[in-house]
Design a protein around this ligand. Structure first.
Ligand code: BGC
Length: 270
């Protein structure tokens, strides 16, 4: 991935769940595009520190901040630290998310609450704190045409039902309406809120879906474009959505999925 370091110059970004997978790639890409980056982590303390060191070695500013995004006090403390160290925030990437899969009738309330708590409530809590700072500060035309940008990490499962993953699919379906409603409410303040809906991307969350030849062959049947996604596919989209190149994009979900939402099962049937 190569970006002009002028693209996001002077902008301050926070990436939740930035210590691995898609979040890590986005944190590195935003820094390469010139942003200062706060890498939020929950359990990946050392991984986050390593990413911060790499970013600094590349000449950009970075810090690591530990917080469980489903906890209001921890989110407030994280934004407190972000504002203290970076002065403000221009870009929030609401990326932290997890899966706790089971057959529906075996799904525990704890696993339901955990997934909704991190994937949906966590995005609400972080978006609210970011929006308050965007509104306080307003547009700084020499930094960005917008007062702030929020990018919500959704999934193809905001539209594709997913048996065995009801909590996860419900959280992503919720993100669709949450994102669009926030976008509608905040657009007049020049705040842009959008989602990225990745398909199958090779990350730790779905290793079992691609790490054997049999699993990979089965997964590829769901992807018309014929390859499994890589984290850079998503990071490039995130940089674009964070930049003024997408300044007129507001309340949209970008499906980055190799055509998974084209329902390939219907290519020869139906
Ligand atoms: C899930 C992955 C899955 C992909 C496509 C993602 O949102 O986290 O586990 O491979 O959707 O089904």
């Amino acid at each position: 991935m190569s970006f002009s370091p002028e693209l996001l110059k002077g902008q301050k970004a926070l990436v939740t769940g930035g210590s691995s997978g898609i979040g890590e790639a986005i944190a590195r890409a935003l820094a390469a595009a010139g942003a200062s980056v706060a890498v939020n982590y929950h359990s990946g303390d050392q991984e986050a520190q390593k990413i911060v060191e790499d970013i600094k070695a590349g000449g950009a500013e970075a810090i690591a901040i530990g917080a469980d995004v489903s906890k209001e006090d921890e989110v407030k403390a994280m934004f407190g630290q972000m504002l203290k160290e970076f002065g403000t925030i221009d870009i929030l990437v609401n990326n932290a998310g997890l899966q706790k899969d089971s057959a529906f009738t075996d799904m525990t309330l704890d696993h339901w609450n955990l997934v909704i708590g991190v994937n949906l409530t966590g995005q609400f809590l972080c978006a609210r704190e970011a929006a308050k700072e965007f509104m306080r500060r307003g547009v700084q035309p020499h930094i960005s045409a917008a007062a702030g940008k929020i990018i919500c990490m959704s999934s193809v499962h905001e539209v594709i039902p997913w048996a065995g993953h009801v909590n996860y699919a419900a959280s992503k379906g919720g993100i669709n309406m949450m994102m669009r409603s926030i976008a509608q409410e905040l657009a007049p303040q020049r705040i842009r809120v959008n989602s990225i809906a990745p398909g199958a991307i090779k990350t730790p969350i779905n290793t079992s879906a691609w790490n054997t030849p049999e699993a990979e062959a089965k997964l590829l049947k769901l992807i018309p474009y014929g390859r499994i996604g890589v984290v850079e596919d998503i990071a490039k989209t995130a940089v674009w959505l964070a930049s003024d190149d997408s300044d007129y994009v507001c309340g949209e979900t970008m499906f980055v999925d190799g055509g998974m939402t084209l329902y390939p099962g219907f290519a020869t049937g139906g």
